[in-house]
Write a protein that binds this ligand. Structure first.
Ligand code: CO
Length: 184
């Protein structure tokens, strides 16, 4: 099942999401729906709040980046109740976008490497060291679970320049090539 994507200005994108219980009904089916929704809109990551569910869960498939970022090859994950255990001091900039903020792409600075913990759709725990594009996408999606979007992380000057556009978007003035909605 393909869900509509919730757009900037929707209140669910600003909430701190709830932990997922191990007996959450039809979790595997929900994860598979999240992948389907993400692929339909050509995304590389999708967090549950982006489809209106305030849950600490996201899916990633960085494989489409693997030509430029080999670490992305086969990096397909369901991450439930994730945590970032360690962040490297060194950082890098990458031009990010977000399905919930259509048409906006900005360079965002984030730690280059992270050590993470999460549960998969079978509620098996994983601890992984991520770098490159994998660390990047994980951190972008993780932000969504705490009510943050990538534009919050821009330098003040970039935020000021984007302000009008984001205000318009939050008032319903946006275009996207996929099914979406805005719920205040
Ligand atoms: Co996003």
């Amino acid at each position: 099942m393909i869900y509509p994507i919730y757009i900037y200005g929707s209140s669910v994108l600003r909430k701190v999401a709830e932990e997922v219980a191990p007996d959450y009904p039809e979790l595997k089916e929900f994860a598979s729906d999240m992948f389907e929704t993400m692929y339909e809109s050509d995304g590389v990551g999708l967090a549950a709040p982006q489809i209106g569910k305030s849950l600490r869960m996201f899916v990633i498939d960085a494989d489409s980046f693997s030509k430029d970022y080999p670490e992305g090859k086969g990096f397909k994950r369901v991450c439930i109740n994730p945590e970032i255990l360690e962040r490297s001091d060194d950082t890098w900039f990458f031009n990010e976008g977000c399905l919930s903020v259509p048409g906006v792409h900005e360079d965002v600075e984030r730690p280059s490497e992270v050590k993470v913990r999460y549960f998969d759709e079978n509620f098996v725990e994983h601890i992984e060291d991520l770098d490159g594009i994998n660390a990047r996408v994980f951190q972008h999606e993780f932000d969504h679970l705490d009510g943050n979007v990538f534009t919050d992380r821009l330098a003040p000057i970039r935020k000021t320049l984007l302000k009008g556009r984001l205000q318009k978007m939050s008032k319903g003035n946006y275009k996207a090539a996929y099914r979406c909605k805005q719920v205040k």
